[in-house]
Design a protein around this ligand. Structure first.
Ligand code: ATP
Ligand code: MG
Length: 395
C-alpha cells in the first residue's frame, strides 16, 4: 500500500498519572507539539485513546519532526509507526511491509513480535496475535529469523478498535510536564554553564520563563552579552519565546567597592542581583526566582553564603542544581546544547570586581551593616529603571 503520511505515536510520561488534571495536561501538551511543528506544512496533532498521534505529509523529513517533538516537555517517548485496519490479515500484511523496510534500511536479520490488544473485544488474544503475526512475517520475509532473546528488531503490534499500529523504536523524550502548567519563574541567567541548565530544568517541570542578565558594561563587552543572548535562545528552543531583562550592575558595584569591605563584594553584589530580580519578577507575574547555584561550588555558594543570599528576598528561590556534581551539570549542558556556548571565554560581571579573599562564611548582621552605608532602595530602583528588555526567540 502506498503510504501518504508519516505517523508518530507520542506518549505522555507523568502526564498520564495526573488523575483529574489529565485532560488539561494532555491539551497543553498537544498545544506545545502543535506550536513546535507549526513550521512544517501538512502536519496534524490529535489526541486519541490516551495517546497523541502526529501525522505528517510523507514528503516531510521524518527525523526533523522527531527532533522537534522530542524537545517538548511532557513527552515520554515517540514511535514512528504505520497503521492498518484491525484485522489479522491487514496486520500481517502491514507487519511484512514494515519488516521489508527494516531489512532494506537497517539490515535486520532477526525479530520478535510484541503484541498488545488495547481493544479487548478483538477476537484474538495478545499471545496468539504475536504468534500469528510472527508466522506471517516469517512467511513474507524469507531472510528473517525469530530471536526471542536478542532480536535486531522488536516489532510492536498495538491492536486498537478500528485501527492497529505497528512500530519498532521508542525514542525517549525528556519527560517532565508541559510548559505553562506550573507558573512562571524569573531566572538569573549568566553566561556560565550552570544557569542555562537550571533554567531548562525548571521549564521541564512546566514553568514558564522570564530572565534577567546583569553586565558591567564597559568592563564587560558587547560580545559577552551576545553570548548570553545566544544561550537564552538555545534555552528558548525548549521553553519558547521569552523576555530577557538586561541590567547594568556597574553603578551598584562601584558603590559597593567604594563603601564596603572588599572581601564582602561578591556576596553584596549577589544580594543586589537577587533583589533586582525579585523586583522584576513581581512586575512580570513571576512568583519564584531561579538560579544555577550549587552547594559549595564557589565562595558565594557555601551554605552560609546561600543563607545570606536568600535573606535578601522574600520570594522562594529555586536552585535545581543545588546538589548536583559539576560533571553531571556539564553532561546536561551538552545534552541540551548549551555547553559549547557557555565555555566561550567572555568576562562576566561577577569577575569584574572579584575580591582577592572573598568571605566564605558571611554573617548576615555584618552584611546588613555594610549595606546600611548604601542607599539600597535607590540603587535597586535606578537599576530597574535602566533595564533593557530583549525578546528571545528559539534558535
Ligand atoms: P553559572 O555557570 O550559571 O554562571 P557559576 O557557577 O558561575 O554559575 P556564580 O557566578 O556564582 O556561579 O553565579 C551563581 C548564579 O547566579 C548563576 O547560576 C546565575 O543564576 C546567577 N548569576 C551569576 N552571574 C549572573 C549574571 N551576570 N547575570 C544574571 N545572573 C547571574
Ligand atoms: Mg557565573
Amino acid at each position: 500500500m502506498e503510504r501518504t503520511e508519516h505517523i508518530f505515536i507520542v506518549r505522555c510520561g507523568e502526564v498520564a498519572l495526573k488523575g483529574m488534571n489529565k485532560p488539561y495536561f494532555e491539551r497543553m501538551l498537544v498545544e506545545r507539539i502543535k506550536k513546535l511543528l507549526r513550521k512544517f506544512d501538512g502536519v496534524s496533532v490529535k489526541r486519541h485513546e490516551g495517546l497523541i498521534f502526529v501525522r505528517a505529509d510523507i514528503n516531510l523529513d521524518k527525523q526533523a519532526i522527531i527532533k522537534e517533538i522530542s524537545k517538548v516537555f511532557g513527552v515520554a517517548s515517540i514511535s514512528p509507526a504505520i497503521e492498518c485496519d484491525s484485522t489479522m490479515e491487514a496486520i500481517g500484511e502491514a507487519a511484512v511491509e514494515y519488516m521489508m523496510e527494516a531489512i532494506e534500511e537497517r539490515g535486520v536479520k532477526t525479530f520478535k513480535v510484541e503484541a498488545k490488544r488495547a481493544d479487548k473485544t478483538f477476537p484474538v488474544k495478545s499471545p496468539d496475535i504475536g504468534r500469528r503475526i510472527g508466522a506471517a512475517v516469517l512467511k513474507g520475509c524469507k531472510v528473517l529469523k525469530v530471536d526471542v532473546h536478542h532480536p535486531d528488531c522488536l516489532l510492536f503490534v498495538d491492536v486498537r478498535k478500528d485501527t492497529s499500529y505497528i512500530y519498532q523504536d521508542k525514542i525517549a523524550g525528556f519527560g517532565g510536564l508541559p510548559l505553562g502548567t506550573n507558573g512562571k519563574g524569573m531566572t538569573l541567567l549568566s553566561g556560565g554553564i550552570d544557569s542555562p541548565v537550571a533554567t531548562w530544568m525548571m521549564a521541564k517541570r512546566g514553568m514558564l520563563i522570564e530572565a534577567v542578565h546583569f553586565h558591567s558594561y564597559p568592563y564587560t563587552s558587547q560580545r559577552a552579552q551576545e553570548k548570553v543572548e545566544e544561550l537564552a535562545s538555545q534555552v528558548a528552543t525548549y521553553c519558547g519565546r521569552f523576555k530577557l531583562h538586561v541590567i547594568n550592575l556597574l553603578p551598584i558595584q562601584e558603590q559597593i567597592v567604594t563603601n564596603c569591605p572588599e572581601e564582602e563584594t561578591t556576596i553584596l553584589v549577589r544580594r543586589f542581583m537577587m533583589r533586582i530580580a525579585e523586583r522584576l519578577a513581581k512586575d512580570t507575574g513571576c512568583t519564584m526566582l531561579i538560579t544555577g547555584e550549587n552547594l559549595g561550588q564557589v565562595a558565594s555558594q557555601t551554605a552560609e553564603a546561600l543563607v545570606v543570599t536568600d535573606a535578601s528576598v522574600s520570594m522562594p528561590v529555586m536552585r535545581p542544581l543545588i546538589a548536583m556534581d559539576k560533571v553531571d551539570i556539564m553532561d546536561k549542558a551538552q545534552e541540551i546544547g548549551t555547553f559549547e556556548t557557555s565555555i566561550q571565554p567572555y568576562e562576566d560581571c561577577c569577575t569584574v570586581f572579584l575580591p582577592k579573599h572573598p568571605v566564605t562564611k558571611p554573617k548576615l548582621e555584618k552584611i546588613l551593616h555594610s549595606e546600611s552605608k548604601l542607599d539600597c532602595e535607590a540603587l535597586i530602583q535606578a537599576a530597574v529603571d535602566s533595564q533593557e528588555i530583549i525578546t528571545i526567540y528559539p534558535q
